[in-house]
Design a protein around this ligand. Sequence first.
Ligand code: FE
Length: 226
Amino acid sequence: MNPKALFNISYGLYIVTSKNGDNINGQTANALIQVTAEPPALAIGLNNKNLTNEYIKKSKVFVVSILSQDAPLNMIGQFGFKSGRDTDKFENINHKQGKTGAPIILDNTLAYLEAKVTHEMDVGTHTIFVGEIVESDVLKDGKPMTYAYYHQVKRGTTPKTAPTYQKEEIKPASSTRYKCFICGYIYDQEKGDPDGGIAPGTPFEDIPDTWTCPTCGASKDQFKKV
Ligand code: FE
């Protein structure tokens, strides 16, 4: 089997949210498809260890916020690499309560889909939820974020809990590359981190200690030379 064959499947990038009583949670997700048109329904695969999965099983509702291509890495990382069990993922994120009671993300969101769960299938590490869309709207025009754009252009990384996670190949050693050992993000001296205020060409050693991983927010001491 050649696992690289799987890299040819294309995906979008979304934040899936749900609720449990008064509590809300959400996570980044890519394994989403529309499965039927009449009625309009979605299928989504989420890791059984994730709090959002637990909330959907309890409330039977979820909301998909479709991210725009300009959604920043730290927003995707906040929902993708942190757990709602120990952080408030909605801090500094504009959101509103949807018809289902689950939150709709308003920042960097092109459109949202609210669904009620109609089917649930345990597939081992993950559960596939099928939900009928009960409400949806377009919030603004723009290009939706694709998984390829997130990886290739924004240089984002994939958490171990994602259905599409594969162990990363470490690229040939180069003295200018440092890897975040929390999320796998690679700092490349040539490219710097312009969004984080680090100009291209800045050696890793010269980055201020206050700088954090653009994907997961880890501190500089979580990086190792690769
Ligand atoms: Fe990181």
